[in-house]
Design a protein around this ligand. Structure first.
Ligand code: FES
Ligand SMILES: [Fe+2]
Length: 432
């Protein structure tokens, strides 16, 4: 006899995601995870790196696209390629360092050598090599594009343009870049990885969840009362910060409405960095320069894996249904004195580093949630604030900081992507 779970196997994503709730199998099911790797991480755009990480010819960084190991490398002509990190001979890893500079890439197994665009250029003992070198290059991802230095790639040659994917959220990337008086960022501080024993979607969800801060991070909140007091720690009526859905799965916590003084987001007095302030007003004009210094950087997720974490940049990497990585680096600014970037580094260490509070707190909560979703699981509620959010004139949905406007936006896009690729998945769940 067919039970409720089996009967619902064909319901798929249409039923597993509604306007105000999602089913827990989306965090635990192996088939869902496989669908995500195909539909989100291979079919769509994925953030890879920042151009500043590979500024010179031959510079490379290792990354993963979903579970596929790749590296991004800049050729002598300046072109950036994103290439599968797997030898065309018998599959050994080519790039073993996380980052570096190379004139050519030589496989350690049998010595095949590739140029910085992935073409095979040399094979040891070539008399035994059949065929044409040109047929034995490394696999390059067909689509690579960048926006203001943020490099994205896709395995899908027919993917809509990067600008289509970013949509209105280019403004969030602009906001990050324009923290620099010359409009340029530099990711040279090194990356720190936190391994979370939870599903990867809990990272974008939690990083734009404004509801949990007071409960999960009380020790952090007390330690930095100076600049988060107004932004996240008021009573419900007094909070001016917002949760936003920018469309296409891009989401934000907007703290700007809470700041009343220049550099408040930086946790310091308005006159603390006069050279930076002057450089900003010189570069952008008095009005815009002052408004950038008042509003501060974005706190936003660009779907699916880029975190604009105020003065940090983060990446999310799925490993398996129950494991993922949260990887971050300080967002240094070009065109400022070293003391500004020193403060950014110290704040990054203090907030997100290995001895800090924030990610450790979030990690414990996420692992507990993942554990509670084991087995048949159940429904997760996302209805908070659905009655009071509003859509502004540009189509951005705006809610109270503590509302689930951002998470509903994430899931709305997730559902669209998953249904577009596979209308009839078969996660084994009971749909109530
Ligand atoms: S596996 Fe790379 S040269 Fe053989
Ligand atoms: Fe948190």
């Amino acid at each position: 006899m067919q039970n409720e779970t089996q009967a619902s196997r064909a319901n798929g994503y249409e039923d597993l995601i509604t306007d105000d709730r999602v089913h827990s199998s989306l965090y635990t099911d192996d088939d869902v995870f496989e669908d995500e790797m195909a539909s989100i991480f291979r079919n769509g755009w994925v953030f890879i790196c920042h151009e500043s990480e590979i500024a010179g010819p031959g510079d490379f960084v290792r990354r993963n696209v979903g579970r596929d190991p790749v590296f991004a490398i800049r050729a002598r002509d300046g072109e950036i390629s994103v290439i599968e990190n797997r030898c065309a001979h018998r599959g050994n890893i080519i790039c073993q360092e996380d980052s570096g500079t190379a004139k050519a890439l030589v496989c350690q197994y049998h010595g095949w050598a590739y140029d910085t665009k992935g073409a095979l250029i040399d094979v040891p003992y070539p008399a035994g090599f059949k065929g044409d070198f040109a047929c034995h290059g490394l696999e390059r991802l067909p689509k690579v594009d960048s926006y203001r230095g943020f490099v994205f790639a896709s395995y899908n040659a027919d993917v809509p343009s990067l600008l289509d994917h970013l949509g209105k959220a280019t403004a969030l990337i602009d906001q990050a870049a324009e923290m620099s008086p010359v409009g340029r960022l530099r990711l040279s501080g090194g990356w720190i990885t936190h391994r979370f024993n939870c599903n990867w979607k809990m990272l974008p969800e939690n990083d734009t969840d404004g509801y949990h801060v007071n409960f999960v991070h009380p020790s952090f909140a007390q330690a930095i009362r100076s600049n988060y007091d107004e932004a996240v720690l008021q009573d419900e009526e007094s909070l001016k910060s917002q949760a936003k859905d920018w469309g296409n799965g891009h989401t934000e916590l907007n703290f700007s409405p809470s700041y009343t003084k220049s550099l408040e987001w930086f946790g310091c007095a308005a006159d603390r960095y006069p050279a930076y302030t002057k450089a900003m007003t010189d570069a952008y004009g008095a009005e815009k320069g002052e408004s950038i210094l008042l509003d501060g950087p974005p706190h936003a997720v660009i779907f699916p894996n880029l975190f604009l974490g105020e003065m940090n940049i983060g990446r999310f990497e799925p490993v398996s249904p129950g494991v993922c990585l949260h990887i971050h680096t300080p967002m240094y600014l070009e065109g400022v004195d070293d003391d500004v970037n020193h403060r950014i580094l110290r704040q990054s260490e203090g907030a997100l580093g290995p001895t800090a509070f924030l990610l450790a707190d979030d990690c414990v909560i996420a692992e507990r949630t993942q554990g509670a979703l084991a087995g048949e699981g159940g429904w997760l509620d996302l209805s908070r604030g659905s009655e009071r959010e509003v859509t502004d004139e540009s189509g951005i949905v705006v809610g109270h900081l503590t509302d689930e406007t951002s998470n509903r936006g994430f899931w709305r896009h997730y559902k669209k992507v998953m249904l577009a690729s596979d209308p009839q998945p078969s996660p084994a769940v009971a749909v109530a």
